[in-house]
Design a binder for this molecule. Sequence first.
Ligand code: SF4
Length: 414
Amino acid sequence: MRVYLHSLGCRLNWSEIEAMARRLATAGHAVVDEPSQADVCIVNTCAVTAEAERKTRHAVRALHRANPRARIAVVGCAATLAPETFAQFPGVAWVVPNEGKETFVERFVGMEGSEEAGKRGRLRTRAFVKAQDGCDNHCTYCIVRILRGPGRSRPLEEVLAEVQERTTEGYQEVVLTGVNLGSYGRDLGMERGLHRLVEAVLTHTDVPRLRLSSVEPWDLDEEFFRLWENPRLCRQLHLPLQAGCDATLRRMGRPITTARYAALVETAHAAIPDLALTTDMMVGFPGEDEAAFAESLAFVERMGFARLHVFPFSPRPGTPAARLPDQVPVAVRRERAHRMREVGKRLAETYQQQFVGREMGVLWEHRRDDGLWYGLTDNYLRVVTSFGERLTGRIVRTRLVALHSGLFVGEVVE
Ligand code: SF4
């Protein structure tokens, strides 16, 4: 069977689709690059916002247009939220909610591969390894915890084994993912579980680079940042803030204050030179007036983030925030998102400028149709270069000679 895989949304979704790719390859199926080549298309979907759901619907329709013969499996968060909707889409043969996702490959695609057995089981130069799923927090706007259920951690030995396996396969970077990675180990009775997990990965595996996906700030203590004494840990940390105003944070049900967040950020910067601190911001939350939004903007400026992901609030079915009074008009939400993104662009440029002329290790990912290689530094700077030899999957010292619209031009120096 030839299978095309597509993932939307978070890094956790990516880690799941990569796990599917490996299971398919082991079972003797071929993972193909284009939907037009596939017998089955699997889409791992996202429903975190109304916009994410819209993109999911669009992706499913586009797959059917690209290959009307292929049977489509819609799996994951959007499939859990609106199974009936997707069941009616042309080409959709299966709608699989989150709890059936793990066994989907075996149950539906079968274990008998074709003559193209095991053609390709990996999708990227970076491997995404799932350490945890679900969430026990109560952010009032969040549908993810409803869709993904309570927090569950994979046993530490299992995560270590998978990281080592990916490393042995040649991956140069592993990204640890989870819906709520910071809570890792709590359900297993571990204290400071994420700290122990990261320490164990750095000690017991040879992975050249380890990156953490999003971690909620209240799950971290100052000690955590000492982990970065090990240079294999990527100097990028995504700490979702969502609002830079305490009253809004309280209504969001997020157990943190701006003062605590700022203190963590200060410690993080002191411990990790060149740290790329990135965040998510939700604007137009119910009850956010112009003064509260201005407070948020000012706080974001003060934190000097390297990158912002900005979402206008969208009420999700079944969440407390959808029923809160003082909903902000859609046009105002959009306008605030625009203003917040403008600040984000400026901050990103300020962060990036300091690296022009510096020499950094770049993990080169792929050569695009333009003939150029594209790669990433450990602190998430995007770099492009022209080079005669194959660079894919290698970490190479590279001088960042110029910066154009968020993309560095690099010269390979070794
Ligand atoms: S921490 Fe909050 S926003 Fe994140 S998944 Fe849990 S409830 Fe949702």
